[in-house]
Design a protein around this ligand. Sequence first.
Ligand code: SF4
Ligand code: SF4
Ligand code: SF4
Length: 252
Amino acid sequence: MEEKAQLMDLAKCSACRGCQVACKQWNQLAGVVTKNTGTYENPPAFTPQTYLRVQFREVVIDGKVKWLFMKDQCMHCTKAPCVEMCPVASRTKDEFGFTEIDRNKCIGCGICVAVCPYQVPTLDSVPKTQSCWFCLDRVVAGMKPACAKACPAGAIRYGSREDMLKLGHEAVAKSGGKVTLYGEKEMGGLHMMYLLPEKPEYYGLSSEGRLNAEKLSKLEVYAMLEKKLQGSPVRTEVLTMAALKYFGQVKI
Ligand code: SF4
Ligand code: SF4
Ligand code: SF4
């Protein structure tokens, strides 16, 4: 099966939030009451009911104020820390390159939340992990993901990752190098890629995820898991699985 991807041209995004609404509708995610915090960005963060949100960023570039918009959701990293660190293999990669979640396996430890370089997953009240699943049900039926189909500005392209990379390279060449293709190599290659009219840092992005994302070592993640599983009936079993996954051996 060929890898699929989205390529979003941020210069075309009008921040209408059609993609945000389409994601809610298709995935039957409820509306959430929020407070006005002096920005059009709403909601301000991912929640178990919000897999996709449109960021509004006000930045100063060369002395001029600019308003930058960005559709934000799971990037479906090839080298995904959430997959690499989930102790019970609840998060896995599928044949399209997407990151999928088996909620039956999830124990709600929150390790994926702590290690995601794009600060995407959230835990619901069960607790179980939640995030964009690339509308796998639509993809296997030959349809576009709901967000890509909904965009009235034609800012979101969807297809084979190879084709999206080709389109991305062509756009960069046409711009004379002014536009940046983000996602070709970051985290082993993303399946949500962007054409950025401004430098990645203006969107809060670096080559290793969000600029302010914490980077935890395997030892730190293991220690976090030990603490979270205090008193849990599955503590020994899960710590054994984690030790084998992280270090190739059981820690004594
Ligand atoms: S963006 Fe975060 S949640 Fe999505 S695949 Fe990458 S590490 Fe996992
Ligand atoms: S909450 Fe824990 S068990 Fe569930 S997917 Fe995240 S890392 Fe895996
Ligand atoms: S791919 Fe589907 S689940 Fe992911 S953000 Fe788009 S509409 Fe939401």
